[in-house]
Unconditional design. Sequence first.
Length: 328
Amino acid sequence: MSGRAVCARIVAAVALAVAALGSAPAATAAPATARIDDLRHEPDRTIDVGVYSPAMDIVTRVRVLRAADPKAPAPTLYLLNGVGGGSDGNWLDRTDVVEFFKDKQVNVVIPFGGAGSYFADWRADDPVLGKQRWTTFLTKELPPVIDAEFGGSGANAIAGLSMAGTSVFQLALAEPGLYRAIGSYSGCVRTSDPRGQAIVRTVVGSRLGNAANMWGPPTDPAWSANDPYLHAEALRGTEVYISSGTGIPGPFETVGTQGDPIQQTFQLLFGASLEAVTNLCTHQLRDRLQSLGIPATVDLRPTGTHSWGYWERDLHKSWPVFEAALTR
């Protein structure tokens, strides 16, 4: 074979190799993982943390109250805000949560955001509320980040009020075994019957969202699939605490003698009727759990509206239940 022929073959082989490289599939990028984006220390062992959520592709704000001994492992209590996601009142600015947990060996994590979302994974992005994948964030993305950064022991509990009083059950059912205890203050857990659907649509609609983007039209099986009342059997083995007032004015509704009179008037006009509804929901859930033989701590207060003063008391009263579950 002549030298010219050999050179031609070499050139052809190189060309084929280059072509093969060009047509080879690009390496698949590793999936994004949740991570701490920024972190700022505040007074009283409070830390403002930005956590990137791949599921929602946003940085979510989370406040962490460090355990009494930050150097020792500690369980985690997640506290969820209500329908506003913390924008119109939250555990930090409306309760004594910082002082109450000051001497307790537990990391308290308060996520912000998720207004009107039920902290669910929505099936479609909402034109107003956007991409909602809160179940994935709260059950799969956030806990490993919290445990790694703040010395979590792996034991978790979760509590929430109003809208989040429903969500804590849904989150526990979505990730069995993640939470040893759940607490629901003034929540309506039954979501798929006509009244439950009406409540859900009203809550979501109060933030201009469309509940059909969450679970579809009223006849969609997703409504039943996400109804903790129907799937309460799966809660067996989880410590449950539920509470509600009746809507009858109580110690935090004394207009003109203490507190903000405008806020107290709002509580009387709207908080009373809201709590009357959650009272009925809580009775239904209590009866459902009793029929299944599932133990629960139930506090049906004789008075009280849908307001923070009572939820602060609920947190205090439920803490021994959480503490026992977290340290067993």
